[in-house]
Design a protein around this ligand. Structure first.
Ligand code: ZN
Length: 415
């Protein structure tokens, strides 16, 4: 009985008292019976105002944070109120919410651990289930989204991420200011219609204040940004340009390797994939040796490689006009190279010239490196967890990991 008087001493829940505790050894459960404080009035769950009691229901169990390896359960007979505005309603209790079997404190506790461990590991560690962990994260995320302050948004980055099996994509929008990097929004596809939803969510006023937008060259994104962020400088994503160039180079290399093999030449291009795709600084000793060897041949792959490496100089420029001049020269050179995949890149770069140079206009302040970092985290979140097969669960998991959402206040903090 000491436990009960100790618990009551803290008065966690005004209007309620702990009555008695019972330890059930066979199920390793501590049951704590809660009852209303004498003379206290129940609160209507519809309008949060006190109302006269009407009747009470059968005892309900609320799972609390486990202690010493035991499950802790609060037992309480919910009252119903006769509310003047809402009619007969179940009362609101400070430890629980809606029809949830778990107390708020326990949901917050599980959600906290679900950010560090995978959901499955969290469930196993606290003798709970994946579904309950999922419910907890859902509660915390919903609360967070309802209570978050969007404030002024200066810079956003938009990117896509592959999810589930096959070619399904999500659109992720991040805020990428130095003091504030967080996931703002998740869209179901990567279409114009889905990305436009983001601007509907934040409203015209906030959209009009956005100064910088980073994105890749995905056409629907470009279209929406042009239309919605009329005041913003749109910066094309450096990492995506490099990735595209690597893809082109890989295509050249693979094609040439096939042709050489077909014509019966010695396979000089074998095992050179990473030699040409990696930046020279990142090569291993062995790869550097291979590359050195490769550069002796007059191959299309070698010429494409040299063009790609040459292009890296672009990012070193400070002035937009010098960067522009370099870009034009580079594109001219590529157009004369007769290497079709590279020529395709040059054509793309030419048609996005202004957006690429915006990177220099924005004084490199907002690069999509931040976006890339956040996207890697997002991928990790999805990889860590099995069972994120539905959009809804993926959505709450990503908000939970990257949204920096505010959390509900509870009477008990366990971490
Ligand atoms: Zn009411």
């Amino acid at each position: 009985m000491r436990l009960i008087s100790l618990l009551n001493h803290y008065q966690h829940f005004p209007g309620f008292v702990y009555e008695r505790a019972r330890h059930c050894a066979s199920s390793q459960t501590i049951e704590i019976v809660v009852r209303p404080r004498r003379g206290s009035r129940p609160v209507c769950s519809g309008c949060d105002k006190p109302a006269p009691a009407y009747d009470h229901l059968k005892p309900r169990r609320f799972e609390f944070v486990p202690l010493w390896g035991c499950m802790v359960v609060l037992l309480y007979c919910m009252r119903r109120v006769d509310c003047r505005t809402c009619g007969v309603r179940v009362e609101a209790v400070p430890w629980g919410i809606g029809k949830h079997q778990l107390t708020k404190a326990y949901m917050l506790f599980l959600a906290h651990w679900a950010r560090k461990l995978s959901w499955q590991e969290t469930a196993v560690s606290f003798r709970s289930t994946w579904d309950k962990v999922c419910q907890s994260v859902e509660y915390v995320v919903q609360w967070g989204l309802e209570h978050r302050q969007l404030g002024a948004i200066v810079a956003i980055g938009v990117d896509e991420i592959q999810y589930a099996k096959g070619h399904k994509y999500l659109t992720l929008v991040y805020q990428i200011e130095q003091q504030r990097t967080r996931l703002l929004w998740i869209g179901r596809e990567r279409t114009v219609a889905s990305f436009e939803q983001f601007f509907i969510v934040i409203g015209e006023r906030l959209a009009g204040q956005i100064e910088f937008v980073c994105s890749d060259m995905w056409q629907p994104y470009l279209m929406v940004i042009r239309e919605r962020c009329t005041q913003a400088i749109h910066i094309l994503d450096r990492f995506h340009i490099v990735a595209k160039m690597n893809a082109a180079l890989d295509q050249v290399r693979a094609g040439e390797a096939r042709r050489l093999a077909h014509d019966g030449y010695q396979p000089v291009l074998k095992k050179t994939r990473w030699c040409v795709l990696k930046r020279p600084a990142n090569l291993t000793g062995q790869q550097r040796f291979r590359l050195h060897d490769l550069l002796r041949y007059n191959l299309r792959t070698v010429r494409a490689y040299l063009l790609k490496e040459d292009f890296q100089q672009l990012w070193g420029y400070e002035s937009p006009s010098w960067a522009g001049k370099f870009l034009d020269d580079w594109c001219c050179q590529v157009m004369r190279s007769r290497i079709e995949p590279m020529k395709k890149i040059a054509r793309t770069l030419r048609s996005h010239r202004a957006l690429i140079l915006n990177y220099f206009h924005a004084r490199k302040q907002f690069s999509s490196g931040v976006v890339e970092g956040l996207n890697n985290k997002a991928k990790l979140t999805m990889r860590k967890s099995y069972g994120f097969r539905t959009f809804h669960v993926t959505e709450i998991a990503l908000y939970h990991a990257l949204g920096r959402l505010p959390e509900p206040d509870v009477a008990h903090k366990f971490f």
